[in-house]
Design a protein around this ligand. Structure first.
Ligand code: ADP
Ligand code: ZN
Length: 606
């Protein structure tokens, strides 16, 4: 028997029977009911929030076919594969699909013999395709990655803007636009372009509560990375981001020497190697991809357990997008960033040497400052992140600063000394020189400039070099000082810095801690798996891998990690018991249940 969702089934029963999930998350139920009732919707939900169900289930519940517009061909195929595993009739139409198959899908579409069709926007806009849609029964239009509609968004695509014709040509077919990244102007643009103003907006906030954030000063970044992987992620898939191709190659080689399965990915590799490495990351287990930011677009692997940054990303948006690739399945995941002043200086040089306008450069410098503020904060990281996006939360207890609050001190006098020293030396020297002056070092350069005679010479001996470095970093992060890269990183006083001195403001600073002694904080990703379940889990994972290999699909499409964990812990022995578990729907139980039950039974007998 091939159970299939029936039109007319209720959303909750489809969720349980077909997807094998017990309940809706967040606003899913509301959104789904709204679209089933034929209304338009705009949905802003963070990555991993479960946007797909918001259009998939209405496509099943309403008469006709759901048309999903998506810009990423690789993702379409992934979604179609996953839906087929659930017994849902789905297909994609794009330039990668051969003509015969496209033809078949189009015939099914016209006859309403298919539930969901994914289509690239270029294709949808062709006259021939629109003519076909005119004759087809349509359940809805879903516009995925809807920020591509807007010039304000970070990934504008002209074809997306033309989707405005859907409202005019198909006024009775509901439209649902979905995105994970859209600030207020982008949202307004999307709603206007797709004419969603008569619909409802569903905004779920930006938080990714299952991701643990840690940001540490670089202190032998490789050892920090190794310690982090060894202690927390020895068995996991993850992404390590580096700033340069060279750093990618070296870090990947080094991780391999340490016994990990690490693969490089950057724009300098030939296309074939890139594709091969990406495929292995998606289809094998325990693969670490070491990459420049060229990697990640269009990857929706749900079980990436960690994202590590070996250098600062260029702004908070990039950091959030990159770390957001961890833990899409909702299980605990870790984000680690190690940063140092030299990468920051390099990023500043990139910005200055770019061809952007001066205004644009200024914005990019400010965005980098905001990122440094995040690095240097003594507040909850999540609060700082969410506030940046106009959202908020309570201290999260799932980040390094919540779990190990940094000691702070009244840094007013230290800040005054540092800023005065910048002023007295003429706003042209870098941090190292300024610290020498504050510490009263005796060297030729200081003599040469006569800085052994100024009032700030030797007035900072209450701190050592590392402590002063930390203070300067924080003053830069607080925007009291800035490093003028055109003047070789010479520090200058900002208008805020001038006001700080003039108005006798006060400031609290983080006390410097030797990082070497400090453990990199991370969250337990596998705490739900008791030791007695581990062998069985591994056996189930091997079975999953073999099944995936024969079909050439990623393992998580067969069953995700959470399903396997539940099998290993609860050890169901009957199909009914199996179907009680997370992610085990009717179709998957029928197709794979016996094989997994066999493995569980064997383990019971041992
Ligand atoms: P998004 O597109 O918002 O990034 P997805 O739609 O890919 O997220 O969903 C992320 C993961 O969460 C998928 O593995 C999906 O099957 C799962 N998921 C979605 N909704 C639920 C739910 N109600 N219960 C359990 N898992 C869910
Ligand atoms: Zn926190």
């Amino acid at each position: 028997m091939q159970p299939q969702p029936q039109q007319g089934d209720q959303p909750l029963s489809i969720l349980q029977k077909t997807y094998g999930y017990p309940s809706f998350r967040g606003q899913q139920a509301e959104i789904i009911d709204h679209v089933i009732a034929g209304q338009n919707a705009f949905v802003l939900m963070p990555t991993g929030g479960g946007k797909s169900l918001c259009y998939q289930i209405p496509s099943l519940c309403r008469d006709g076919v759901g048309i999903v517009v998506s810009p990423l061909i690789a993702l379409m195929q992934n979604q179609v594969d996953a839906l087929k595993q659930l017994g849902i009739r789905a297909a994609a139409i794009n330039s990668n699909i051969d003509g015969r198959e496209v033809h078949e899908t189009m015939a099914k579409l016209r006859d309403g013999d298919i539930d969901i069709v994914y289509v690239a926007p270029e294709r949808l806009l062709l006259d021939g395709f629109l003519d076909l849609l005119d004759q087809s029964p349509l359940a809805l239009f879903a516009i995925d990655e809807a920020h591509c509609v807007s010039q304000w968004g970070h990934d504008f695509r002209p074809h997306y803007a033309q989707l405005s014709l859907l409202a005019e040509r198909y006024p009775n077919v509901p439209r649902i636009a979905l995105t994970a990244t859209a600030d207020a102007p982008t949202r307004r643009d999307i709603i206007k372009c797709l004419q969603l103003d008569n619909g409802e907006t569903f905004i779920s906030g930006f938080d990714r509560p299952n991701i643990h954030y840690t940001i540490a000063i670089k202190d032998n970044a490789r050892q920090q990375l190794l310690q982090f992987i060894k202690n927390n992620h020895a068995e996991d898939s993850g992404i390590v981001y580096c700033l340069s191709r060279d750093q990618v190659e070296k870090t990947a080689d080094w991780l391999c020497e340490q016994g990990y399965n690490a693969l490089p990915y950057h724009a300098g590799l030939d296309a074939e190697t890139r594709t091969k490495n990406q495929e292995r990351f998606i289809k094998d287990e325990k693969v670490i991809i070491v990459a420049t930011i060229a990697f990640g677009m269009g990857i929706d692997k749900p079980d990436v357990r960690f994202v590590a940054h070996m250098s600062v990303p260029k702004n908070i948006e990039a950091y959030y997008q990159e770390t957001g690739r961890a833990g899409r399945d909702g299980l605990p995941a870790n984000a680690l960033l190690t940063y140092g002043m030299s990468d920051t200086a390099l990023l500043r040089t990139f910005i200055n040497n770019s061809t952007a306008s001066d205004d644009q450069k200024r914005i990019e410098h400010q965005k980098l400052n905001a990122l440094l503020g995040l690095c240097e904060t003594s507040r909850c990281r999540r609060q700082v992140l969410l506030e940046y996006f106009g959202d908020s939360c309570d201290p999260c207890n799932n980040c390094d600063t919540c779990q190990s609050p940094p000691e702070t001190f009244d840094g007013t006098v230290a800040a005054q000394k540092a800023i005065s020293c910048v002023y007295r030396t003429g706003q042209m020297f870098g941090v190292a020189y300024l610290i020498d002056v504050l510490l009263g070092a005796e060297n030729d350069r200081i003599q040469q400039f006569g800085h052994n005679n100024i009032s700030t010479y030797g007035i900072g001996t209450e701190f050592d070099k590392k402590e002063w470095q930390s203070i300067f970093r924080q003053l830069i992060a607080h925007n009291l000082l800035w490093a003028d890269t055109e003047a070789h990183g010479g520090l200058k006083i900002t208008t805020d810095g001038q006001a700080f001195l003039r108005e006798k403001q006060t400031i609290n600073l983080r006390r410097h801690q030797a990082t070497r002694a400090k453990k990199i904080l991370a969250t337990e990703v596998s705490e739900s798996l008791p030791p007695e379940a581990q062998d069985l889990f591994i056996a189930l994972r091997d079975l999953r891998r073999d099944l995936a290999k024969t079909q050439n699909v990623p393992p998580y499409i067969i069953f995700n990690d959470r399903s396997l964990r539940e099998m290993a812990i609860h050890r169901p022995l009957t199909p009914d018991a199996l179907m009680q578990l997370h992610g085990v729907g009717e179709r998957k139980a029928a197709r794979y249940g016996a094989a997994f039950l066999d493995v569980i039974t064997e383990h019971e007998e041992d």
